[in-house]
Design a protein around this ligand. Structure first.
Ligand SMILES: *Cc1c(COP(=O)(O)O)cnc(C)c1O
Length: 361
């Protein structure tokens, strides 16, 4: 089997999807499956759809096109506010988009009309994380304009927290979003079918709230794929946290000093590295590097230590573990590491457990 590669347990993805659907469904919150961390991988997207996900969301239109071309049938939602230069592609390939700019909404309307389509839009509200979103005080004015744009259907509002500013989607923030939804519905005599409260960081709010208000949608990536909430990165009970395993091969294993010797200048990454002298060390070199994976986001499954990496080599302190040339070393990955792995063609994508889905559900 090819190395380096990532093993993807499809049965566990099916399990996490169903569990989360049931959990959030208990309060009538619908789950949108976010595919950006798996770069719109159609085999994985298919598992989400087969386990009850009706809307697939991605930040990149190219990933949406990939899934649609592969024949994965779902409603497709573009997460990142469309770029003006991509508006026509967005109208053609995405059924729904999240929006915060009137100039973009006007162009979406123009291209929707030109292509005889109705494009669904969700307006994002800024609630303090300071990434995308319309300031609450400007919502009325924008909604008024959007309702007059032909070719667009305003289906809801949403917010995104815990992404840039690390702001918690707590009860105050969710109550604020609910109030804005209720206020807009009353003022404009409309129904907002979707009130999308956030992402995997909303788990703590959900489990501690008796009343989830008007929030009826969450957009989940990390919880499905890593089995964790995204505020403190704690595992969610009953979910698998080990769906993905990165595997790389040992290409050198030797006993060498722990400290580089000679005059110290910049290394391949432009850093001037410092190492403690721990005497002789059993070291290994693996055939994977910074061009394949974000090294700070991987954790070995064995008792060994990652010393660092250059573009194509990963350096390991073997500790008491014996590693020899040809051995395979396995790693867990965090969200950022996973994102990079799925976006490089250099790492083989290997699905496992596809036929045992039923047995573990
Ligand atoms: C990435 C993203 C999500 C999903 O976030 P997770 O933490 O992976 O659940 C949801 N909404 C938006 C707007 C995003 O960009």
């Amino acid at each position: 089997m090819n190395l380096p590669r990532i093993d993807i347990d499809l049965g566990k993805i099916a399990h996490n999807t169903r569990r989360l659907k049931k959990l959030y469904g208990s309060q009538d919150i619908n789950i949108i499956g976010v595919t950006k961390v798996i770069a719109g991988n159609p085999i994985i997207a298919d598992i989400l759809v087969k386990n009850g996900i009706e809307i697939l969301a991605d930040s990149r239109i190219s990933n949406i096109i990939k899934m649609r071309k592969a024949g994965i049938r779902a409603q497709y939602l573009l997460l990142r506010t469309p770029a003006l230069s991509q508006v026509e592609e967005v109208v053609i390939h995405a059924h729904i988009s999240l929006n915060s700019e009137l100039a973009v909404l006007k162009k979406l309307s123009e291209y929707a009309l030109r292509n005889h389509m109705i494009h669904k839009v969700v307006l994002m509200v800024e609630l303090g994380d300071l990434r995308e979103g319309i300031m609450p005080s400007e919502m009325n004015a924008i909604v008024k304009e959007v309702l007059n744009l032909d070719g667009l259907a305003l289906i809801g509002i949403g917010t995104n927290l815990a992404c840039f500013g690390g702001i918690s989607p707590d009860a105050d923030k969710m109550n604020e979003l609910s109030s804005i939804a209720i206020r807009l519905e009353e003022k404009f005599k409309i129904t907002l079918a979707m009130v999308s409260g956030g992402n995997s960081a909303n788990y703590n709010w959900f489990t501690s709230s008796k009343n989830t208000g008007r929030i009826n949608s969450l957009r989940l990536g990390e919880s499905i794929f890593l089995g964790r909430e995204a505020l403190c990165r704690r595992p969610i009970p009953g979910l698998f946290t080990d769906i993905f395993t990165l595997l790389a091969e040992v290409i050198e294993a030797k006993r060498k000093p722990s400290q580089p010797y000679g005059e110290v200048y910049q290394n391949a990454n432009g850093d001037i590295p410092r190492f403690k002298n721990k005497g002789l060390m059993n070291r290994a070199v693996l055939a994977i590097g910074t061009q394949d994976v974000m090294v700070s986001g991987i954790t070995p499954k064995q008792k060994i230590t990652v010393l660092g990496a250059s573009s194509d080599h990963l350096l390991i302190d073997n500790g008491k573990t014996s590693l020899k040339v040809g051995d395979t070393v396995a790693f867990d990955l965090n969200y950022s590491a996973l994102l990079r792995v799925f976006n490089t063609p250099c790492i083989a994508k290997n699905t496992i457990n596809q036929y045992e889905c039923e047995s573990i559900l």
